[in-house]
Design a binder for this molecule. Sequence first.
Ligand code: NAP
Ligand code: HSE
Length: 442
Amino acid sequence: MLPSLRVGIAGLGTVGASVVKLLDRQAEALASRIGRGISVVGVSARDRAKERGVDFGRFAWFDDPVALARAEEVDLFVELIGGEAGVALAAVEAALCAGKSVVTANKALLANHGMRLAQLAEEKNAALAFEASVAGGIPIVKTLREGLAGNSIERVYGILNGTCNYILTRMELEGLSFEQCLREAQSLGYAEADPTFDIGGFDTAHKLAILTSLAFGTVIDPASIAIEGIASISLADLEAAAELGYRVKLLGVAQRTPEGIEQRVHPTMVEKSSSIAQVMGVTNAVTIDADAVHELTLVGPGAGGEATASAIVADLADIARGVRSAPFGLPVASLTKAPQAPMQLHKGGYYIRLSVFDRPGAAAAIATRMAERQISLESIVQRRRPGAHGAAAGGNIEPSGAVPVILITYATHEKTIRQALEAVVADGFLAEKPQVIRIERE
Ligand code: NAP
Ligand code: HSE
C-alpha cells in the first residue's frame, strides 16, 4: 500500500469539522477503495479552545493557515475558511507555490481568482480541486468536466443556493417571514458568514461563474453576470405565483445565445409542474442541456456540513489516487473569452406585479402600454377593492388604497418590457415600483 496522503485542513467550522468526522467514519472504506489512507496531520482555525464536537487535540495545531499550507508534513492543503481574498487566498497560494495540491469549497475565491490559481496549479503540477464549491453534495464539477466531455453544452441552469431555496420554501409552505427563514438557514449552517452573499444572489453568481467556465470552456468572468437576489420577494409574490401555476426559485442560468453567453442570476417563476419547481428546502438542482445527452438534471443537498464534506472527500480520494484534471477542464491558456450577451436582449416571459390606484382607466392604460410594444399577455389578474362586489374586507387592499394587478406576458425582450413599464410608471397609476420576475421554461 502507498503511504497515506497527509492532509492539512484550515477552517474547522460547519464544513471543516464535518470533513474530519467523515474521514474518521469512512477511514477503512476509503483506504480500501483508494489503495492508501488519508490522514489529517494538521489543522488551523481562529479559536483553538472552541468546542467543535470532534477531537482536534490529536492533530498539530497551526494558528496561521499559511504556515499550515507550507508545513513540510502536509502533502495536500484543504481550505475551508471562506472569503474571496485575505488569509484563504494567501494560504491557497502558499500551498500551490510549494507544489502542494489544494482542495477548497470556496466559490468566492474561485470566481475571483480561479484562473490565476489554476495557472499556478498547472505550473507547479499540483491539483486544484473544488467539487464542494458548487451545489454542495452534487458532483456537478466532475459531471461537466469528465462525464459530459463528449457533449456540446447549450445551457446550464439551476438552483445553486441552499439558503435561498430554503427561505423561499419555508415562506411559501409555512407563510413565515423572510427574516425568520434566514435565521433558520443560518442556524442550520447553510448560510455564508455574511448572508448577503446568499440573499443578494452573489453566492449563486460565484457558482454560476464556475459552471459557465466548465460548461463552455471559457475564462471565468463574474463581472458579466447580471445579478438580482431574493430580498424583494414577498409573500404576495409567492401567493400570486401559486395561484397562476408557478413557483418562485432563485436560478443561476448560463446559456449560449446568438450574441454570446448570457449569464444571469435572479428570482424566477418556474411552472409548478416542472421538475425544478419540486426542488424544495436546502436541496439544489442543476440541469444541463447538451447535444448528445439532451437533458440531464442532478438533484441533491446543496449546503450543510455532511453533504459538502462528501464532495471534499471525493476530491481528496481522486488526488490520493493520482487522478489529475485541468481544474476547469482545459489548460488555462486554452480557455476562451466568450462575448457577453447583454441582458437587454434576453428573451422570455415575465411576471409583473403592479400596485395600481383603483381609478377609472388604470387597467386600460396598462394594457395599452403593453400593446403599444407588441407585448402579448398570457393572463391579467386584477384584485377587487374590499367591499366592491362583495369582496372580503381587508382581502387584497394595500395601505396606499391601491390594488394588485398581476400580468403574465408571453416571450418578449427585456428591453421591451422595461420600456413598457417606464411608460406605465409615467402614467401615474402606480403606488409603488413594479415587481418584475422573469419566467424560465424547461
Ligand atoms: P464557517 O462555519 O464560518 O467556518 C469557517 C472556519 O474558518 C472557522 O473554523 C473559522 O475559525 C475559520 N477561520 C476564519 N478566519 C480564519 C483565520 N483568519 N485563520 C484561521 N481560520 C479562520 O464556514 P463554513 O460554512 O464551514 O464554510 C467554509 C467554506 O466552505 C466557505 O468558503 C463556504 O463558502 C464554503 N461552503 C460552505 C457550505 C456550507 O453549507 N456551510 C457549503 C459549500 C461550501 P473559528 O471556528 O475558530 O472561528
Ligand atoms: N451558503 C451556501 C448555500 C452554502 O446556501 O448554498 C453552499 O455553497
